[in-house]
Design a protein around this ligand. Structure first.
Ligand code: IDP
Ligand code: MG
Length: 133
C-alpha cells in the first residue's frame, strides 16, 4: 500500500489542533502506520527542506519548523500521496478548497499547519529522513 509523510506543523500544535487534524486524516480513510511527537533540529529541517534552499522564504521556514513541537505521521492508503495533498489543500490557504485542512486551520501561506509529501519519490525520502534509523 502506498505511504506518504505528513507533518502537523508548530502553528497547529501550538493551537491544540492535533486532534482535529487527526480526525480529518482518519475520516478520509488513511491508516496511521507510525506517529511521533518531536521537535526538528536546524540540521534536520535544512535537510528536510533542502529543495527550498536559496529561496527567499528558506530562513523563515527553517525558523518556523524548528520553533516548537510537530507531529510526524506515516499514512497509508491507496494513492496516499495525491490523496493527502488533496486533503491538505494548496500552500496558500486563501486559495484552498473548502474542507481541506489548510482552508480550515492554516494561518497563511507561511504558517500553514500541515505538510504532505508531493511525490512518491519524496514520500520515500521524507519517511526515511524522519523515521529512518
Ligand atoms: P507545500 O507545503 O504546499 O508543498 P512548498 O512550496 O513545498 O509548499 O513550500 C514548503 C513550505 O514553505 C510551505 O508549506 C510553507 O510553510 C513555506 N512557504 C512556501 N512558500 C512560501 C512563501 O512564499 N512565503 C513563506 N513561506 C512559504
Ligand atoms: Mg512541498
Amino acid at each position: 500500500m502506498e505511504q506518504t509523510l505528513a507533518l502537523i506543523k508548530p502553528d497547529a500544535v501550538e493551537r491544540n489542533l492535533i486532534g482535529k487534524i487527526l480526525v480529518m486524516i482518519e475520516n478520509d480513510n488513511f491508516i496511521i502506520k507510525h506517529m511521533k511527537s518531536m521537535q526538528m533540529t536546524e540540521p534536520l529541517a535544512k535537510t528536510f527542506y533542502s529543495v527550498h534552499e536559496g529561496k527567499s522564504f528558506f530562513n523563515k521556514l527553517i525558523k518556523y519548523m524548528t520553533s516548537g513541537s510537530i507531529v510526524a505521521l506515516v499514512l497509508e492508503k491507496e494513492n496516499a500521496v495525491a490523496s493527502f495533498r488533496k486533503l491538505v489543500g494548496t500552500t496558500d490557504p486563501s486559495t484552498a478548497e473548502d474542507n481541506t485542512i489548510r482552508k480550515l486551520y492554516a494561518l497563511d501561506k507561511s504558517y500553514n499547519s500541515v505538510h504532505g509529501s508531493d511525490s512518491l519519490e519524496n514520500a520515500v525520502l521524507e519517511i526515511s529522513i524522519i523515521f529512518g534509523d
